[in-house]
Design a protein around this ligand. Structure first.
Ligand code: HEC
Length: 121
Protein backbone atom coordinates (compact mmCIF):
# COMPACT_ATOMS: atom_id res chain seq x y z
CA UNK A 1 0.00 0.00 0.00
CA UNK A 2 1.53 3.37 -0.93
CA UNK A 3 2.14 5.74 1.95
CA UNK A 4 -0.15 8.75 2.02
CA UNK A 5 1.21 12.16 2.92
CA UNK A 6 0.88 13.04 6.62
CA UNK A 7 -2.61 14.28 7.41
CA UNK A 8 -4.44 12.27 4.74
CA UNK A 9 -5.48 9.39 7.00
CA UNK A 10 -9.10 9.31 8.12
CA UNK A 11 -9.16 8.37 11.79
CA UNK A 12 -12.22 10.31 12.84
CA UNK A 13 -10.16 13.45 13.30
CA UNK A 14 -10.08 15.96 10.46
CA UNK A 15 -6.78 17.69 11.12
CA UNK A 16 -4.80 14.49 10.66
CA UNK A 17 -3.14 14.68 14.08
CA UNK A 18 -3.74 12.30 16.99
CA UNK A 19 -5.55 14.15 19.76
CA UNK A 20 -4.42 14.32 23.38
CA UNK A 21 -6.11 11.65 25.53
CA UNK A 22 -7.55 10.04 22.39
CA UNK A 23 -8.80 6.44 22.76
CA UNK A 24 -9.15 4.24 19.69
CA UNK A 25 -11.09 0.98 19.82
CA UNK A 26 -10.92 -1.67 17.12
CA UNK A 27 -13.43 -4.52 17.25
CA UNK A 28 -12.43 -8.06 16.34
CA UNK A 29 -14.75 -10.78 15.08
CA UNK A 30 -14.43 -14.53 14.62
CA UNK A 31 -13.74 -15.20 10.93
CA UNK A 32 -16.38 -17.59 9.61
CA UNK A 33 -15.62 -19.41 6.36
CA UNK A 34 -18.05 -18.58 3.56
CA UNK A 35 -18.88 -21.07 0.80
CA UNK A 36 -19.88 -19.59 -2.55
CA UNK A 37 -23.32 -20.81 -3.71
CA UNK A 38 -23.89 -21.04 -7.47
CA UNK A 39 -26.41 -18.48 -8.70
CA UNK A 40 -26.29 -16.43 -5.49
CA UNK A 41 -24.34 -13.19 -5.44
CA UNK A 42 -21.55 -13.14 -2.82
CA UNK A 43 -22.73 -10.86 0.04
CA UNK A 44 -20.91 -7.52 0.32
CA UNK A 45 -19.53 -8.30 3.79
CA UNK A 46 -17.60 -11.34 2.52
CA UNK A 47 -13.84 -10.84 2.11
CA UNK A 48 -11.65 -12.84 -0.23
CA UNK A 49 -8.29 -14.04 1.14
CA UNK A 50 -5.62 -16.37 -0.29
CA UNK A 51 -7.05 -19.01 2.10
CA UNK A 52 -10.66 -18.66 1.04
CA UNK A 53 -13.66 -16.43 1.70
CA UNK A 54 -14.72 -15.25 5.14
CA UNK A 55 -17.28 -13.05 6.85
CA UNK A 56 -17.43 -11.66 10.38
CA UNK A 57 -18.94 -14.00 12.97
CA UNK A 58 -19.52 -13.27 16.63
CA UNK A 59 -17.66 -10.48 18.46
CA UNK A 60 -14.21 -11.58 19.66
CA UNK A 61 -12.77 -8.82 21.82
CA UNK A 62 -11.31 -5.36 21.40
CA UNK A 63 -7.96 -3.77 20.56
CA UNK A 64 -7.40 -0.39 22.18
CA UNK A 65 -4.88 2.41 21.86
CA UNK A 66 -4.90 5.11 24.55
CA UNK A 67 -2.94 8.31 24.04
CA UNK A 68 -1.13 10.13 26.82
CA UNK A 69 -2.61 13.65 26.81
CA UNK A 70 0.75 15.38 27.28
CA UNK A 71 3.08 13.16 25.24
CA UNK A 72 4.90 14.28 22.12
CA UNK A 73 3.23 13.05 18.91
CA UNK A 74 5.22 9.86 18.38
CA UNK A 75 4.38 6.17 18.64
CA UNK A 76 5.65 6.30 22.26
CA UNK A 77 2.58 8.36 23.23
CA UNK A 78 0.38 5.24 23.01
CA UNK A 79 -0.56 2.66 25.62
CA UNK A 80 -2.02 -0.54 24.19
CA UNK A 81 -4.72 -2.80 25.60
CA UNK A 82 -6.68 -5.91 24.70
CA UNK A 83 -10.07 -6.98 26.05
CA UNK A 84 -11.42 -10.47 25.40
CA UNK A 85 -14.95 -11.43 24.36
CA UNK A 86 -15.89 -11.86 28.06
CA UNK A 87 -14.92 -8.24 28.77
CA UNK A 88 -11.74 -9.04 30.72
CA UNK A 89 -8.62 -6.89 30.18
CA UNK A 90 -6.04 -9.35 28.86
CA UNK A 91 -3.20 -6.91 28.17
CA UNK A 92 -2.37 -3.32 29.12
CA UNK A 93 0.76 -1.24 28.69
CA UNK A 94 3.53 -0.63 26.19
CA UNK A 95 2.96 -4.10 24.71
CA UNK A 96 5.81 -5.37 22.52
CA UNK A 97 3.33 -7.46 20.53
CA UNK A 98 1.60 -4.24 19.38
CA UNK A 99 4.63 -1.93 19.15
CA UNK A 100 6.44 -4.23 16.71
CA UNK A 101 3.98 -3.18 13.99
CA UNK A 102 2.65 0.18 15.17
CA UNK A 103 6.12 1.75 15.49
CA UNK A 104 6.30 1.45 11.70
CA UNK A 105 2.81 2.97 11.10
CA UNK A 106 2.84 6.17 9.01
CA UNK A 107 1.05 8.55 11.42
CA UNK A 108 2.84 8.60 14.79
CA UNK A 109 1.86 5.03 15.61
CA UNK A 110 -1.46 5.06 13.72
CA UNK A 111 -2.33 3.45 10.43
CA UNK A 112 -5.75 4.98 9.83
CA UNK A 113 -7.85 4.32 6.77
CA UNK A 114 -7.11 5.56 3.29
CA UNK A 115 -9.91 7.92 2.22
CA UNK A 116 -9.75 6.49 -1.30
CA UNK A 117 -10.08 2.96 0.11
CA UNK A 118 -13.31 3.61 1.99
CA UNK A 119 -16.46 2.53 0.18
CA UNK A 120 -19.01 5.23 -0.46
CA UNK A 121 -16.62 8.18 -0.44
C1 HEC B 1 1.03 -7.54 12.41
C2 HEC B 1 1.03 -6.10 12.63
C3 HEC B 1 0.17 -5.54 13.77
C4 HEC B 1 0.20 -5.90 15.10
C5 HEC B 1 1.07 -6.97 15.77
C6 HEC B 1 -0.79 -5.04 15.75
N1 HEC B 1 -1.37 -4.20 14.86
FE1 HEC B 1 -2.85 -2.83 15.28
N2 HEC B 1 -2.98 -2.39 13.30
C7 HEC B 1 -2.20 -2.94 12.30
C8 HEC B 1 -2.66 -2.41 11.01
C9 HEC B 1 -2.05 -2.76 9.65
C10 HEC B 1 -3.73 -1.55 11.28
C11 HEC B 1 -4.58 -0.77 10.26
C12 HEC B 1 -5.54 -1.70 9.56
C13 HEC B 1 -6.58 -2.25 10.48
O1 HEC B 1 -7.21 -1.51 11.24
O2 HEC B 1 -6.75 -3.49 10.48
C14 HEC B 1 -3.90 -1.55 12.73
C15 HEC B 1 -4.85 -0.79 13.40
C16 HEC B 1 -5.04 -0.75 14.76
C17 HEC B 1 -5.96 0.12 15.45
C18 HEC B 1 -6.83 1.21 14.79
C19 HEC B 1 -5.99 2.50 14.72
C20 HEC B 1 -5.03 2.55 13.54
O3 HEC B 1 -3.80 2.62 13.76
O4 HEC B 1 -5.49 2.52 12.41
C21 HEC B 1 -5.88 -0.17 16.78
C22 HEC B 1 -6.65 0.48 17.90
C23 HEC B 1 -4.89 -1.24 16.92
N3 HEC B 1 -4.39 -1.56 15.67
C24 HEC B 1 -4.50 -1.80 18.12
C25 HEC B 1 -3.53 -2.82 18.24
C26 HEC B 1 -3.18 -3.46 19.51
C27 HEC B 1 -3.79 -3.13 20.87
C28 HEC B 1 -2.21 -4.39 19.23
C29 HEC B 1 -1.50 -5.36 20.16
C30 HEC B 1 -2.38 -6.23 20.95
C31 HEC B 1 -1.97 -4.33 17.79
N4 HEC B 1 -2.78 -3.36 17.24
C32 HEC B 1 -1.05 -5.12 17.12
C33 HEC B 1 -1.15 -3.81 12.46
C34 HEC B 1 -0.82 -4.46 13.64
Amino acid sequence: MPREPRGRADRGVENGVAQGAQVLVKEAFVAEPYQRVDGIEVPKDVVQTPNGMYRAGKADGLFLMLRDADAAPTEAAWTYATINAEGEVTGLGRLDSCIRCHERAPFDGLYGLSRSGVRGR
